[in-house]
Design a protein around this ligand. Sequence first.
Ligand code: ARG
Length: 470
Amino acid sequence: MTNQLDKKSQAWSALFSEPMSELVKRYTSSVFFDKRLWQADIAGSLAHADMLAHQGIISAQDLADIERGMARITVEIETGTFEWKLDLEDVHLNIEARLTQLVGIAGKRLHTGRSRNDQVATDVRLWLRGEIDLIGELLVGLQKALIEAAADHTETILPGFTHLQVAQPVSFAHHLLAYVEMFARDAERMADVRRRTNRLPLGSAALAGTGYPLDRERVARALGMVDAQGVAQVCHNSLDAVSDRDFAMEFAAAASICMVHISRLSEELIIWMSQNFGFIQLADRFTTGSSIMPQKKNPDVPELARGKTGRVVGHLMGLITLMKGQPLAYNKDNQEDKEPLFDTVDTLKDTLRIFAEMIGGITVNASAMQAAARRGYATATDLADYLVKKGLPFRDAHEVVAHAVKTAQNLGVDLSELPLATLQTFNPAVQADVFDVLSLKGSLAARNTLGGTAPARVRAEIERHRARLG
Ligand code: ARG
């Protein structure tokens, strides 16, 4: 009998009266992108073969042949000598055909009790699990870069904004640590997605399970698909196992949220770097010049990251839409899960890596930040709080301070530059100690609740994060 997989230019099987059209072959083939799953595919096959032999479904000799063949294929792929064939449709058929070419009949036995449906679901999960781990490490790197940048700036005053209008002074460190919180939650989300990704579909076969006496737990353990207690994690319904891609959607959602965080940070870096703000400089190696305007230094990296966020969010939409009309169980639609997933992973990883490096190279213009805080009357709330302490109801204090700000604006000075006598015309309760709260430093130090911007608090947060991340 001829090997069907070697002869794909002929008909699929005896059932077909003609070969697939060339156009259909190109349309349905996925090998030129899904070959990226080769390591997961081989790992899954080896675990499956080991279990088949253990269960007496194939012989020990078959297993040895399969292992030998897969070792050879691994070398061929790694050295670039493996010949990927469009005719063989996808990574699974390419590897299996080569295996059979190399080791003969044992190669043909590998697919016992297995379908490409449970095989591909297993491969994607295994591959994604590895990528989630790498993303976790990159998220730690980015958090550390932000924390170390923050450590130098617990006393550096930045105008905090609401509505992009100067609101209250915060420290630059406090602002950076806000992003650390976001990326810490992103890491939590990734770890959570990993738990549900790390479950074994293999053994579900095409859709209904199989009559062979498989030991699915053994395969799961061999592939590291175990929970924290070491208990094997297998998908418990064959229809669900081969068809759902919710782990991919979840991953894309977590990646999208993370990119949105990056995008917000990007927007701030871009604004801060503009001449009108002049708060920071990015290191030259992260900026580009203009071919016509010699004075320009453009923040291309954050701009591009902001742009790439759209593409990752687009992949989430793509994956969700891919699933919405599919009846159980496997449909070929699912082949379309790969490119968006791959691109999401690539984009997120590159972005996290470049941001960790870029953050380390930020130069801060503390006096520009401070001047902006003063210009914006960032301590107006502090004056209101001062009057409350002197016995005024907050609403009345709010009104008094509005008058004070108006007067200061007309005179072109900061609240702290108004003479005491002038301040007392707004309310007689004002005493000389008012100048302590009108200073930006005093304002910062006063916000000493848990989560507040007081330097002592922020330093404690930095220590908490350092301990947490090791
Ligand atoms: N290349 C396919 C995919 O990515 C593999 C599964 C094919 N299964 C099938 N019954 N045609 O989904």
